[in-house]
Design a protein around this ligand. Structure first.
Ligand SMILES: Nc1ncnc2c1ncn2[C@@H]1O[C@H](COP(=O)(O)OP(=O)(O)O)[C@@H](O)[C@H]1O
Ligand SMILES: [Mg+2]
Length: 257
């Protein structure tokens, strides 16, 4: 890890799946220490962008650097909270086992012996996300909000320097969402956070910069964007309301209520 390098640097990145181009010619620098929100319409390539940053998806063209190095080399510095709805929960495994995976750093789940330090960290993360009392429960028996918090606990068990979250509050009620944002804000004093979100509260109150993705990178900067940009990104102003992009976006540049 190079201390002075940006947390994430994408240069001319295009990526996709067989015939589908999800991202085209993305250039994006995210400084270490930032709290970045990624917004954009469904199917716009947000999850794909996180996968490219994680080294889970090799880009077709261009270069990806995480703290100045190949994503594979820096993989164990990165915590990942995948989109909860994309995961099959029929697998017979407990909450504690899922969170413990955060300590594996690529080693086998079944033959690994966890150290006292590992176990302390696992309990700490379970407690921090308020799921310690669910630790022995099978993951298939959790509510969507509980499952979401388990995924965050697993990512924190990595003790990441960079945390990537994919719609981490989509299954949570307002109280639980606020708890997660407060936690992220606290973590952000020490680590870099990149979060895909549709949540207006997060964008207006917590996130310090936003990247707008719809196939291309349309904007990266302060979280107050013009109505023209929203038109370009989401297609039309009706969509804008449907997607819940913050009110103040229009106020600041359009002068409209
Ligand atoms: N595993 C996959 N195989 C084929 N196409 C995919 C796969 N994952 C995503 N896509 C396609 O790539 C595009 C971008 O998807 P995605 O990154 O999931 O968008 P978002 O997270 O913004 O909703 C979409 O057209 C989607 O259908
Ligand atoms: Mg997605």
């Amino acid at each position: 890890m190079k201390e002075t390098a940006p947390a994430v640097c994408l240069q001319n990145v295009s990526a996709g799946y067989s015939k589908i181009t999800a991202l085209e010619n993305i250039n994006l620098n995210i400084e270490a220490g930032s709290f970045t929100g990624i917004i954009g319409p469904n199917g716009g390539g947000k999850t794909t962008l996180l996968k490219v940053m994680l080294g889970l998806l090799e880009p077709w063209t261009g270069q990806v650097r995480i703290f100045g190095q190949d994503p594979q080399e820096n993989r164990r510095l990165v915590g990942y909270v995948p989109q909860a709805t994309n995961i099959n929960r029929q697998f017979p495994i407990s909450v504690r086992e899922v969170v413990s995976m955060g300590r594996l750093a690529g080693k086998s789940l079944f033959f690994h012996r966890y150290s006292t330090i590992d176990n302390d960290m696992i309990n700490h993360c379970l407690t921090r996300l308020d799921v310690l009392d669910l630790a022995e429960r099978q993951i298939g028996q959790l509510s969507s909000g509980q499952w979401q918090r388990v995924l965050i606990a697993r990512a924190l068990a990595v003790e990441p320097v960079l945390l990537l979250l994919d719609e981490p509050t989509s299954g949570l009620d307002a109280n639980a969402s606020s708890m997660v944002y407060e936690l992220l804000q606290e973590l952000n004093r020490e680590i870099t956070i990149i979060m895909v979100t549709h949540d207006t509260l997060a964008i207006s109150a917590y996130v310090r910069d936003i990247a707008c993705i719809n196939h291309h990178l349309h904007y990266h900067g302060e979280p107050d964007i013009s109505s023209e940009l929203i038109m370009q990104l989401y297609g039309c102003p009706v969509d804008l309301i449907a997607h819940g992009v913050p009110h103040r976006v229009l106020e600041q540049h359009g002068g409209q209520p």
